[in-house]
Design a protein around this ligand. Structure first.
Ligand code: NAD
Length: 487
């Protein structure tokens, strides 16, 4: 399949998707392509009234289709058909997404989109398998915990993996019998609009998946504060997560899942397979140019092996193949915006001023668009701005340790606890430290997800509340009712 394309020839679905059709709207938020910096479209902005219309539509669709009350296998089968269509339309989806995002088109087809279809199938299977529980009571009573869908779920997603993040929200919410009003990032909305269109083409009831476009303060706020949205599922920055909590507290009480930022450590002990560790560490900071919540952005390495490890990581950084996201051969992503490129560079400069040493990279690439060199920074201590803040770019900091205790102290971040990596051949140490690391995910002798979607993902500390993926994500989309019947 030849995937490279001319970005000027792609037709964009500029509008909201409500009630099973595109509601064309004027694009008012400027959009620039990260790969060449060109202004190419505007993103519409849904106001409170339009969000209300989407919520009403979702409520009606639930009522008319009885989505939450049909034979559960019907939900499974409908979602499987949607997953099939996503696969067969992968090329169109990938082009819509690659155009405006940081995701190279080749990665999208083979990775993000293929995996998203698989994850939707994974969640579809819960619909007719995950049920209610009979609970032990005395002979005079009959007790059970039954579960029910919430109704309309509000979902808000970030720009870094648009289709994947939408699938993580839509898959479990729909399988669990809910309707969804979803707001994608105003930076990368169009692949999500198309995803919703595919849901209707696959036979899901119109109005079950509604996509409203807009920013956080207007559209996002209208979703999280809407009285008929019974649950909120959010992925994005810790700052926006706090704002959402505050808005929910101010407008009513409802459950929420918050998947937030990270600053994940990678601990490498002298007994590790250094080449394997270097490959995993380099990949984790090069992938999407570090614009991933779980990017392993803090290398914490035993002093005695720091030099060979650095050399092996830099060797990989050197060959990162930057190129526009619409070129199938591109392997290294641009930064999402000029503003973010400048922010990354500002933090790197501040870290160097604070005594850090740049071992590789350290600046924007001399190329069109917003590319930043893969960067490795040896920092003096954890007060460095490059350690304290989530950079969300291709910047790996390095700190060294003398013993296990120091390694753990360095790994513990005051703000974040999303993921952690651990490289050692000592099984006892691996298990001991796995218990002690304060992170929602620990990867040992690897640093990436597998296709085992049963493993949930979510953060400790201010990296979030609740989980995406896994059984937990499905369960989080149903509320439970305790029933006690006197016999
Ligand atoms: P962001 O917080 O700026 O925006 C995310 C989404 O929230 C966007 O759709 C945005 O419009 C919306 N939003 C912003 N403020 C809002 C508000 N007050 N109310 C409602 N909605 C609001 O994040 P981003 O720059 O799009 O994405 C990068 C961030 O996402 C990083 O911090 C990254 O770590 C995080 N992230 C986390 C995970 C995870 O699973 N934990 C996954 C991907 C990204």
């Amino acid at each position: 399949m030849a995937l490279s394309f001319n970005p000027d020839t792609i037709h964009l679905p500029i509008g909201h998707f409500i009630g099973g059709r595109l509601v064309a709207a004027e694009g008012v938020i400027d959009m620039h392509r990260p790969s060449d910096g060109k202004a190419y479209a505007g993103c519409p902005l849904a106001d409170e009234a339009l969000v209300d219309r989407a919520v009403e539509t979702a409520k009606q669709a639930l009522k008319v289709s009885n989505w939450g009350g049909v034979r559960p296998r019907e939900r499974t089968v409908a979602l499987q058909r949607w997953a099939d269509l996503i696969e067969s339309e992968a090329e169109t989806l990938a082009k819509l997404e690659a155009l405006s995002s940081t995701r190279p088109v080749g990665h999208l087809v083979a990775g993000d989109i293929a995996v998203s279809a698989e994850q939707i199938r994974f969640f579809a299977e819960f619909a007719d398998k995950e049920g209610s529980d009979l609970v032990p009571t005395d002979d005079g009573n009959f007790g059970m915990v039954m579960t029910e869908p919430y109704g309309v779920v509000g979902a808000i997603t970030p720009w870094n993996f648009p289709v994947s993040m939408a699938a993580w929200k839509l898959g479990p919410a729909l399988a669990a019998g809910n309707a969804v009003v979803l707001k994608p990032s105003e930076i990368t909305p169009f692949s999500t609009v198309y995803l919703a269109e595919l849901a209707v083409r696959a036979g899901l009831p119109a109005g079950l998946v509604n996509v409203v476009l807009g920013d956080g303060p207007v559209t996002g706020n209208a979703i999280t504060g809407h009285p008929d949205i019974a649950k909120v599922s959010f992925t994005g920055s810790t700052g926006a997560g706090s704002a959402i909590m505050a808005n929910i507290a101010a407008t009513g009480v409802k459950p929420m899942t918050l998947e937030l930022g990270g600053k994940s450590p990678q601990l490498v002990f002298a007994d590790a397979d250094l080449d394997k560790a270097a490959a995993a560490i380099a990949q984790s900071i090069l992938s999407n140019a570090g614009q991933a919540c779980v990017a392993g952005s803090r290398l914490i390495v035993e002093e005695s092996v720091a030099a060979p490890l650095v050399e092996a990581i830099v060797r990989r950084m050197r060959v990162a193949k930057a190129g526009p996201t619409w070129d199938e051969a591109s392997d290294y992503s641009p930064i999402i915006s000029k503003r973010q490129l400048n922010r990354i560079h500002g933090i790197v400069e501040a870290a160097v001023s604070a005594g850090g040493e740049c071992l590789f990279g350290g600046g924007p690439m001399d190329a069109p668009g917003y590319f930043y060199h893969p960067t490795l920074l040896a920092v003096r201590d954890s007060s460095s701005p490059a350690v304290a803040e989530e950079i969300f770019g291709p910047v790996l900091t390095m700190q060294t340790f003398a013993d296990e205790e120091e390694a753990l102290a360095l790994a513990d971040h005051p703000t974040y606890g999303l993921a952690a990596g651990l490289f050692t051949r000592d099984l006892s140490r691996a298990l001991r430290l796995t218990r002690l690391l304060q992170a929602g995910t620990v990867w040992v002798n690897r640093y990436s997800r597998s296709r085992d979607h049963i493993l949930p993902t979510g953060g400790y500390k201010r990296s979030g509340v609740g989980k995406d993926l896994g059984r937990e994500a499905y369960q989080a989309n149903r509320k439970s009712k305790s029933v006690l019947i006197s016999l």
